[in-house]
Write a protein of this length. Structure first.
Length: 132
């Protein structure tokens, strides 16, 4: 396993950004970053589950998981939080099979979610939650 490559913490809204190796062992690291970045957040468990799914997708289904990296960003302010997972784009070679339930789980546990794709195929998947 390679080590954490880069971590940045900035304020207003509070933002944590980390670049991780595109390896399965990085998925629990991404999940722990959510827990650490959102102390006292009533929806932290939902975002931890969403991060697990989105980081797993980056590792399994993108070039990030073929020797690359992926970047996670966690932002929080009063009454809302958002996670982003950016990968390196489409993987070369055959697709990895999965059960297809991951994004449905993300949709079930978050208030809003989606993805953007850049010109060269890099994808950023995101999810948001809010609370009273």
């Amino acid at each position: 396993m390679r080590s954490l490559m880069h971590l940045v913490v900035a304020g207003n809204p509070l933002t944590f950004t980390a670049t991780l190796p595109g390896e399965p062992s990085s998925v629990p690291v991404a999940r722990r970053l959510v827990r650490g970045a959102l102390p006292g957040c009533p929806r932290a468990t939902d975002l931890m589950l969403a991060m697990t799914e989105l980081a797993s997708n980056a590792v399994l289904h993108s070039a990030s998981g073929r020797g690359g990296t992926f970047t996670v960003r966690i932002r929080a302010a009063p009454r809302w939080a958002r996670i982003d997972v950016a990968d390196e784009g489409p993987a070369a070679g055959p697709a990895v099979a999965g059960n297809g339930w991951g994004l449905a789980i993300v949709a079930d546990v978050t208030d809003r979610n989606g993805a953007t794709v850049a010109d060269r195929g890099q994808r950023t998947a995101w999810a948001e939650v809010g609370w009273p």
